[in-house]
Design a protein around this ligand. Structure first.
Ligand code: BG6
Length: 608
């Protein structure tokens, strides 16, 4: 997810581009760039880092005169954040320039063909392919060249394009990535999202798939892929910028919870090839996979909790021993790493100091390290032997939701891959797991839409002092994350316990009205969990249960039940965590806490 902007009009474009990009940094902030036609040529400036680096380099756009321009703020997917990989991207003679939000899935194939035709590439990005592809098909008519490349590109894109031969024109086109355009009082503006244009217009056109827009200072035309012009209705936007950045959601956390279905499918889709699990970036042959004797998962916070679930899934499905460790403990305990141990470092930011140190410690002991990371080009991603990216996109809220959910998906894929190679699952089982995986996005969407019931329940516990989460097996891992979500953003004391452990001490804390959240999604452990629920209930606890649809038994041991749709025993975490995220969120909202920036916490702890 990146942010693109474009402007053609009477005013200087650069300041408008930089201002618009500033409103889109929540979509990506690892590098930025602008390109402006200065009356003779298209000039470009791009820089790694937050937008302010580019603003300083261009003196807030003052040294970039010109009335037609495009700009971009990046969330790297293909090619690490760098000045060269930043957008915009030129063709060879700088006569065509492009900014892009999305992923060109067949870019390697197109790149190979273009290289055979003599094209040279300066960056590692999929986007540079677009500039050279346009160059290849351009014969003086920008619209026809754009239509030609649309027929050849696979994937998602929202593009802003300029042609030196047509300096007073700005082009935009979209497929599966958001794009809006609007008339301003002195020109036309394009952007990935509403916040970037609100200062200049409140009437925008939402561009549909495969629609092309040609803009001049005083005109805007819409075309389809048959080069036929089209009429479109504009929409009036009455949001303020803050609300717009959140896409109309009250908080980034709620917005990111609702982005989970797409993030989850973006994370597994590139790795599912029919009945095969293909994780190219693993860099491991089947022999390599068979030579792995043990795994050690090391991480912090919610990433550690994803690792705990990973242990159950990897051991259960692939029958490989897995240890899970807190990075802050692991880095100082002089770990015993035997031959054939694969170290897995999980991190959303890829910059967490303890996790990075654990990585370096492991490598210094000669271990192979796989990173499961969300931020492309981050330290952990760069320093791991191999990195498996979670495609959650930028996560702004301190309390992670979508990145955590994508970490689970990455671990499921790893388990399915190892199980497939080690032959610990049948083809039939693997097929079912693949079908179950594909159902998760819709199931998560359904659970999110169930939010009113959870909000009502949460509002009854705004004054809670202590909350306990209990579960067995994977449900214990779910409880750990459920409890952290509540603690992080509502400041209510909460603990998660392996349910069987309760009677060895903690049950002494249970008294009249204590809220106990019981997670029971593992059929073989239902009975055990129900007796643990009865234990706390007889001591006065109010029991909230999260369980699988059809588990009617639970009613006799719970006061309030939330059902999750049917899936296999290994994937329940991805569903059961949704009501617990919502529970924490609505308690935080109900208490008037700063949901997105909770006290004392940071999105990434880069110091020890
Ligand atoms: C904390 C974040 O600072 O770090 C948590 O608030 C996160 O949400 C933890 O789980 C680990 O961060 P990362 O980036 O290494 O996954």
């Amino acid at each position: 997810m990146c942010g693109i902007v474009g402007y053609v009009g009477e005013r200087q474009a650069a300041p408008i581009l930089l201002d618009g990009l500033g409103k889109l940094e929540y979509r990506g902030y690892d590098s930025a760039g602008i390109a402006v036609y200065d009356g003779e040529k298209i000039r470009m400036k791009k820089a790694k880092g937050r937008l302010k680096v580019l603003s300083e380099l261009t003196h807030d756009g003052e040294i970039f005169p010109g009335q037609t321009g495009i700009g971009h703020t990046r969330w790297a997917t293909h090619g690490e954040p760098s000045d060269v990989n930043a957008h915009p991207h030129f063709n060879a003679d700088n006569s065509i320039v492009v900014v892009h939000n999305g992923i060109i899935e067949n870019y390697l194939k197109l790149k190979k063909k273009l290289k055979e035709k003599g094209y040279e590439f300066v960056s590692d990005t999929d986007t540079e392919v677009i500039a050279h592809l346009l160059d290849h098909y351009y014969r003086g008519n920008p619209l026809q060249a754009i239509i030609k490349i649309m027929h050849r590109m696979e994937g998602s894109y929202a593009l802003g394009i300029m042609f030196r031969d047509h300096p007073e024109e700005l082009y935009a086109v979209r497929k599966d990535s958001p794009l809006i355009v609007g008339h301003t009082k002195d020109g036309c503006i394009i952007a990935s999202d509403v916040p970037a244009v609100l200062k200049y217009t409140r009437d925008v056109y939402f561009i549909e798939n495969e629609e092309i827009v040609r803009m001049k200072q005083d005109s805007m035309e819409f075309f389809n892929v048959d080069e036929e012009s089209m009429e479109k209705e504009s929409t009036h936007i009455d949001w303020d910028v803050d609300a717009a950045e959140k896409g109309g959601y009250e908080h980034f956390m709620l917005k990111e919870m609702y982005e989970q279905p797409k993030a989850i499918s973006d994370t597994f889709s590139p790795r599912l090839k029919g009945k095969e699990i293909v994780i190219e970036e693993l860099g491991m042959s089947d022999e390599d996979i068979l030579s792995v004797k043990k795994m050690m998962i090391v991480a912090c916070g919610s990433a550690y909790h994803a690792g705990v679930t990973g242990k159950y899934v990897l051991e259960g499905m692939a029958r490989i021993p897995v240890e899970v460790d807190l990075a802050s403990e692991y880095r100082y305990r002089d770990p015993l790493i035997e031959e054939g141990t694969l170290i897995i470092i999980i991190s959303q930011s890829g910059e967490t100091a303890d996790s990075l140190a654990a990585l370096r410690d492991s490598r210094s002991r000669g271990a192979k390290v796989l990173g499961i990371v969300n931020v492309v080009g981050s330290s952990i991603a760069r320093e791991a032997d191999n990195v498996m990216y979670t495609w959650a996109g930028p996560e702004i809220a301190v309390a992670t939701t979508k990145a955590y959910s994508c970490q689970l998906i990455a671990l499921y894929l790893l388990a399915m891959k190892f199980a497939q190679v080690r032959g610990t699952v049948t083809d039939g089982e693997l097929e079912r797991y693949i079908e179950d995986l594909k159902r998760i996005p819709d199931q998560v969407e359904m659970l999110l839409n169930n939010k009113n019931r959870i909000q009502k329940f949460a509002n009854r516990y705004l004054a809670a002092r202590d909350v306990f989460f209990i579960g067995r097996g994977i449900d214990y891992a779910i409880s750990l994350e459920g409890s952290l979500k509540l603690k992080e953003i509502s400041y209510i004391h909460s603990e998660a316990y392996a349910a069987g452990e309760l009677k060895h001490g903690t049950i002494s804390l249970i008294e009249e009205g204590t809220l106990v959240a019981a997670v029971l999604t593992q059929e073989k452990l239902y009975k055990k969990m129900i007796s643990n629920m009865v234990e706390v209930r007889t001591r006065g606890a109010f029991v909230l249960a999260v369980t699988n649809e059809g588990n009617g038994d639970v009613k006799r041991a719970a006061d309030y039940v939330i059902y999750i749709p049917e899936t296999n025993q290994y994937f329940t975490n991805s569903l059961a965590i949704i009501p617990l995220q919502l529970f924490g969120y609505y308690i935080s909202v109900g208490k008037g806490c700063d949901v997105d920036k909770p006290r004392n916490l940071a999105k990434s702890v880069t110091v020890e």
